[in-house]
Structure formats: C-alpha cells, structure tokens
Design a protein around this ligand. Structure first.
Ligand code: GLY
Ligand code: MN
Ligand code: MN
Length: 492
C-alpha cells in the first residue's frame, strides 16, 4: 500500500507509481496550430496606452482575479475583473490568477501577461488537480497559445514576483488592488521590503481604480458593436420567454420558469446573464431587485422582466419589459404603463451629447411626478415634490433613471462624481434609461385599482454625435406594440 499523500484531498485515492509512470504516455501531440487573436485585442493596445500615459515611469499591475470557492473543492465559474478584460481583450473565463503588468520603458510601457500555462501530461497537475488540471477543468492555453490569443508577451506566473521586485526601490508599483487579494499581499510585501509609504501607495492604487473605471466611460466602436450584439441576443431571449408564458402559468412558480428560459438562452448564445434576472410578477414587481423569482404567473397580472445577455466578450445588455401575462393590458395597467413610457421617452430625448447625465433623470422624473399629481396620489404639487425640499414622488420610484452600461451592468462605478453623476454626456457613452412606477399592494395612498401594479421600462442608449441610438429598440415599447408582438409570439 502506498503512503498517504498529504497534498491530496481526503476523498482522493492515492496514485500508484505505476499510474504515475503510465498517465503521461501515448497521447497524440496537438496540431500545433495557434489560435487567432481575439477581436478585442485590436483595441486593447490603445486602451493600455492611455493607462501608461497617465502614469509614466510606474509599474502598473492589473490582476484578473482568482477563482472563488463556492464550497469545499467547488469554485464559482470564473469571470475576470472587468478592467483586466478591457485592457487585455480576454473574455469568458480567461484567465484565473493572470496578471497584466505594464512595465515602464524609455518610450512608454511594455505589456506582459503573467499566467499559469497548461501543465504537461506527465505532471501531477494534469490528473490530480481538480482546480487547474486539464482532466478536471479542461485545457488551458500554453504560453504560445495565450500569446497568439491575446497578442501579448506571455510569461509564466512564477516569474511575477521577481518581475515586480526588480528595482522596486526606484520603480513605483500601482496596483488594481480590488482584483486579487493574493496579488495585493505580494505587492504589499514588496512595498514594505522597499520602505514604500503605505498611505501614498494606497492613494495611488485608488487613483488607478478610478482611472480604469473612467477609461470605460466612452466606448470605442468595438464596444458599441458588442453592446449592440448583447441587446440583439437579449431581444431574442425575451421573445423566447414570452412564448413560454402559457407554460409558466400552467406549471406554477412561473417566475422561475421565466428566469430559466432567459438563462438558457443567455448561456446558449452568450457567456451568461449579465446579472441575476428579475422575473417579478404581480406585486413582486414592486420589489426593485426581486431575484427570488419563486412566484406564480397569473393571467391578468403583469410581469416585470429585467434581464440581459452577457456575450462572450463580457459586454451585457440591461433591459426591462413589463408585460401582460395573457398578452393584453387592463385599463389600469395600461394607464400606469403609458405614464412610465412617456417618462422613458422624455429621458431618452434628453440623452444627448452635451446634456448632463442628470438631465435624463430630471426629464423622466418630471413626467412621473406630473402623473402622480394628476392622479391625486402625490400629497403636494409636482413642482414641490420635484424641489430639493420635497421628493415625495420618490415613494413610487426610489431609484435613479440611468447608469452606465458596458462590461459591468453598472459600468464605470468607480468613476468620480464629476464625471458620472454630475458629468456631461458624450458620444460613445452607453447608458440605461429606466424609469418606473411602483404601487405596492398595501400602499393606502394609491387608488385601489392601481395597487399591486409595478412597471419599469428599460432600454440601452448609445449617445451619438447626432443624438442617440436605442440599442434595445428591437423590443417593442408602446403598449400597442407590445400587445401585437405578444399576440404573434403566443399564436405560434
Ligand atoms: N438590472 C439592474 C438595473 O437595471 O440596474
Ligand atoms: Mn435592469
Ligand atoms: Mn439598469
């Protein structure tokens, strides 16, 4: 009997010497063909140049992040940090534990990707490592393959520590700290060995976090195309969901069926859903982030579906439609729907280059407040409610109207206030416009026939030189168009 091998998980049977000698033999050699570079790699160098230009002479470190344990030896599916994806052009599950380093040179920076290349089949990793081994999780790239795919110089991750330590007393390191705790610990160690002021370093790191977020505020043409694609796939998935409404009603727990059908299409055509889908029928629509999705779908109710397909490059759509389960709005539902649609249109009209980001919200919320006042729900005038001292209308729409959209559903979240919330819209920005009205079933201020109705309409808007482009326009928005679209889908 062989001795217990201490590095094996307790469930694993020890490997015999005979097995070890045998496992590496008689595998066909690969074709040796290298992959084509990913399309995003054509755009990544100019993004990296902007980062380098901001920090001349500094060593810039952008980790992808590591695998996260779900339980025991089971990890969550990997998704790289969005800044890493943006600067390398890598998407889907590439690449756990990788680190992009921009090394200062006389003329700028040289980019290197440090990562864990595929282990040979003679290695224990191949068969015994459930986290990285080819037999367990599939083939990772070799150095040559990753270099071809990413158009980057690629080096084994074992060399990272030496590379970061080199001249570290003269070369400042600037780290995207939030991406990978293990790399943060390594950089901290190198800094303390070189007597680097920890407070200054923390400030520098935070600045990089902001810069990388702001770098994504304006999308290049490739990114706009990816978002167009994500929206097109999302529109298709919404149509597939509608076709399944009768089945969702019949089965019970129909919200889950809706979530599942959307998720199926997202996984099939893309990488995943860009965020947990909201499938909120009836009064659940009034819970803004309803992702429990365990309710029934009932004839006569609305269902609010907020969902987006994230494609393989990691760009995601973020779209909401509020649909009558049986294909026809009631008068009360239509009344609320029309008000939200009018507010959304006002927001979309205000989403133009030169306007403030906040003007989109102001335009939309003014319409919401006016309707609430007209319906006798608002206890003060619309003007008073819209003033800084008022805000009563927010009881029925407590969220904002817009956020930036891109690789992250709430993209550019670390951008400074003056460039985001108080910023000015510019061509290339992509924002959502998503007003809503939420009348909870137990809200005594709301007329009885409107209680339990929640409506949000959300589209993804690219700001252009001329105005804007609604990237999610393939999905109908007006109540009549929604009914006609649903009638067609439900007939088949
Ligand atoms: N789906 C999240 C949001 O609309 O912001
Ligand atoms: Mn949404
Ligand atoms: Mn949104």
């Amino acid at each position: 009997m062989s001795e217990k091998q201490p590095d094996l998980p307790n469930r694993q049977t020890p490997f015999s010497e005979a097995f070890r000698a045998f496992i590496g033999t008689d595998w066909a050699s690969g074709s040796g063909e290298l992959p084509d570079p990913l399309p995003a790699t054509a755009y990544a160098p100019s993004r990296r140049d902007k980062v380098g230009a901001a920090y001349p002479g500094e060593r810039i470190v952008v980790p992808a992040g590591g695998l996260v344990v779900r339980s025991n030896d089971t990890d969550y599916r990997f998704r790289p940090h969005s800044a890493f994806a943006h600067l390398t052009g890598l998407g889907t599950d590439k690449e756990p534990d990788a680190v992009l380093v921009l090394e200062p040179t006389d003329s700028g920076h040289e980019a290197t990707l440090y990562f864990k290349p595929r282990a040979p089949r003679e290695s224990e990793e191949f068969y015994a490592n459930a986290r990285y081994g080819e037999m367990w999780v599939g083939k990772r790239e070799t150095l040559e393959e990753m270099a071809a795919l990413s158009a980057l110089r690629c080096v084994p991750i074992e060399e990272l520590e030496d590379a970061l330590s080199k001249n570290a007393d003269q070369t400042a390191i600037r780290l995207l700290r939030s991406a990978d705790r293990a790399i943060a610990e390594l950089v901290d160690r190198i800094r303390s060995q070189n007597a680097v002021d920890a407070e200054q370093a923390a400030e520098a790191d935070q600045e990089l976090e902001v810069l990388l977020s702001e770098l994504r505020l304006i999308k290049d043409e490739f990114e706009a195309d990816q978002l167009r694609e994500a929206c097109a796939r999302t529109a298709e998935a919404f149509a597939e969901v509608v076709k399944q409404f009768p089945e969702a009603v019949r089965r019970g727990r129909g919200e889950r069926w809706v979530e599942g059908i959307f998720g199926l299409h997202a996984r099939h055509v893309g990488n995943a859903v860009g965020y947990d889908s909201i499938a909120a029928s009836g009064d659940h629509a009034n819970t803004l982030h309803w992702i429990r999705n365990d309710g029934d779908l009932r004839e006569g109710d609305l269902i609010l579906i907020d969902a987006g397909v994230e494609i393989d490059t990691l760009y995601t759509a973020d779209v909401t439609r509020t649909l009558p389960v049986n294909g026809t709005f009631t008068d009360a539902q239509r009344k609320v729907y029309q008000a939200v649609l009018e507010a959304q249109q006002a927001g979309i009209d205000a989403a133009k280059a030169g306007n403030k980001f906040s003007e989109v919200h102001q335009a939309a919320i003014a319409v919401i407040a006016r309707h609430l006042a007209e319906w006798g729900i608002l206890p003060v005038s619309a003007e008073e409610s819209l003033s800084d001292e008022g805000g009563q209308h927010r009881r029925w729409m407590v969220h904002g109207t817009s956020h930036h959209l891109g690789i992250d559903v709430h993209d550019c979240a670390q951008a400074r206030r003056e460039n985001y919330r108080e910023g000015t819209l510019a061509p290339g920005m992509v924002i959502t416009v998503e007003p809503g009205i939420y009348f909870k079933s137990d809200d005594l201020l709301v007329p009885e026939e409107l209680r339990g109705i929640g409506v949000r309409i959300e589209d993804d808007i690219l700001i252009t030189e001329e105005g804007n482009e609604n990237l999610s326009a393939a999905l109908p928005r007006s109540a009549d168009e929604v009914e006609a679209w649903m009638a067609k889908l439900l007939k088949n």
